[in-house]
Design a protein around this ligand. Structure first.
Ligand code: NAD
Length: 379
């Protein structure tokens, strides 16, 4: 496997990478902890039929880092992690998730797990048999996490429209949603309720039927990028925006829940060059981690309107400041997030040195109220 794992960890500041194998259940998984200098690491459990170890590992690392950036921008006192497990016909799902639960328990609160693609109520319940460091899917948990994510993405869409047009008359707007699952469907309901015209695609027929019943116009799969719209909303998998697809996008803005929709960072520049407003995923899809982390750390399920207001404010700031600097919002948001993480790391390092009697007083920590202004020194 031609991946220089330690080089990648050093380059992007990862703290820990664990490979998990459980003989009896057939579990094979990677857990990456990106950063814990702002607090414990939060991140979902993704079960997917990865084609090989390299693609699973790269997905794990990218998603864990994105979680740190989300937390930093949303003012969550936590960092990012991700666990990805191979889905395969021989996997004993219940036993595999219980094995994952035991591994998480051994980390003693350094990592809190939550839902993600392939991990829903049943799987989380199995994890919760073994550890308390997991977002409980039942009444003992923080409640509707996809709803929290949809609230944040909607706030992002609203901020994007106001940024572009100075108003948000939804009855004059069209939105195309790729992926009509938990988040996509909630967004569709909200948008249709406001009078917007919503179309979309999903690979799953039953999901399409349900969405059709809600008033979504179902498009031919693959045609969603070419459909003229105000907003294209990716709510399926990541990596869909690359050299070939960006040429085809016929929407004025891209704003959705999918993690890491850009195949590479430089694709933000491509979208910008085409005059398409790309609202960064890690700015707007933090609703679930705001709610989940708040529940674990403070015992409070943040109300959806609070999440919406908080993410709306951050998005508006990011779009405005990026426009002032004439750079893609992605570049600005990444810079701010990385700087906040760096400040927290410096403070944590200083605290450790002070504890050893060898260092300066702790430096200032990044907090929820941080201004978006940054020095322009990050990569
Ligand atoms: P989900 O699994 O409920 O829904 C995803 C839907 O996308 C499914 O219905 C699936 O059939 C469909 N799909 C997959 N590939 C597709 C393709 N190529 N074209 C069209 N449809 C496709 O997932 P979700 O919880 O709604 O999350 C959606 C995205 O948002 C994921 O990328 C997830 O990582 C991200 N996200 C979710 C949350 C959350 O709270 N659920 C939080 C942050 C980010």
């Amino acid at each position: 496997m031609a991946v220089h794992v330690l080089d990648a960890m050093v380059r992007d500041g990862f703290e820990e990478l664990v490979a998990l194998h459980d003989r009896s259940s057939g579990l094979r998984a990677f857990l990456a902890i990106h950063d814990t200098s702002r607090g414990p690491a939060f991140g979902g459990l993704r079960r997917f039929a990865y084609r090989d170890e390299k693609s699973a590992l790269m997905d794990c690392l990218r998603l864990a880092k994105a979680m740190s950036m989300k937390c930093a921008l949303a003012g969550v006192n936590g960092g990012g992690a991700k666990l990805v497990l191979f889905d395969h016909p021989g996997l004993d799902r219940a036993a595999a998730y219980r094995s994952i639960g035991r591994s998480i328990e051994r980390l003693a609160g350094r990592y809190y797990a939550g839902p993600d693609v392939g991990t829903g109520t049943a799987e989380l319940s199995n994890v919760a048999f073994e550890t308390k460091y997991v977002t409980h899917p039942g009444p003992a948990g923080p409640g509707d996490l996809p709803g929290a994510t949809a609230a944040g993405v909607f706030a992002g869409m609203r901020a994007a429209l106001v940024h572009l047009d100075g108003e948000e008359a939804w009855e004059d707007r069209t939105v195309v949603i790729q992926g009509l699952g938990s988040v996509g469907q909630r967004l569709a309901v909200r948008l249709i309720g406001l009078g917007a015209r919503v179309s979309g695609v999903d690979l799953d027929e039953a999901t399409c039927d349900r969405a059709r019943g809600l008033g979504v116009e179902i498009l031919e799969s693959g045609s969603e990028l070419d459909k003229a719209a105000d907003i294209f909303c990716p709510c399926a998998m990541g990596g869909l925006l690359h050299d070939l697809t960006i040429q085809r996008i016929a929407a004025r803005a891209v704003c959705g829940a999918a993690n890491n929709p850009l195949a590479r960072s430089h694709h933000a520049e491509r979208l910008h060059a085409r005059g398409i407003l790309y609202v960064p995923d890690f700015v707007i899809n933090s609703g679930a981690v705001i709610r989940g982390a708040g529940f674990h750390l403070d015992g409070r399920a943040t109300p959806l309107d609070e999440i919406e207001a908080r993410i709306g404010e951050v998005t508006t700031d990011v779009l405005r400041k990026a426009a002032e600097e004439a750079i893609p919002p992605f570049v600005l948001a990444k810079r701010v997030a990385e700087q906040r993480i760096r400040v927290a790391r410096n403070a944590a390092d200083s605290e450790r040195q002070s504890a050893l009697g060898a260092g300066d007083a702790p430096r200032e920590r990044a907090t929820a109220g941080d201004e978006l202004t940054t020095e322009s020194t990050s990569s």
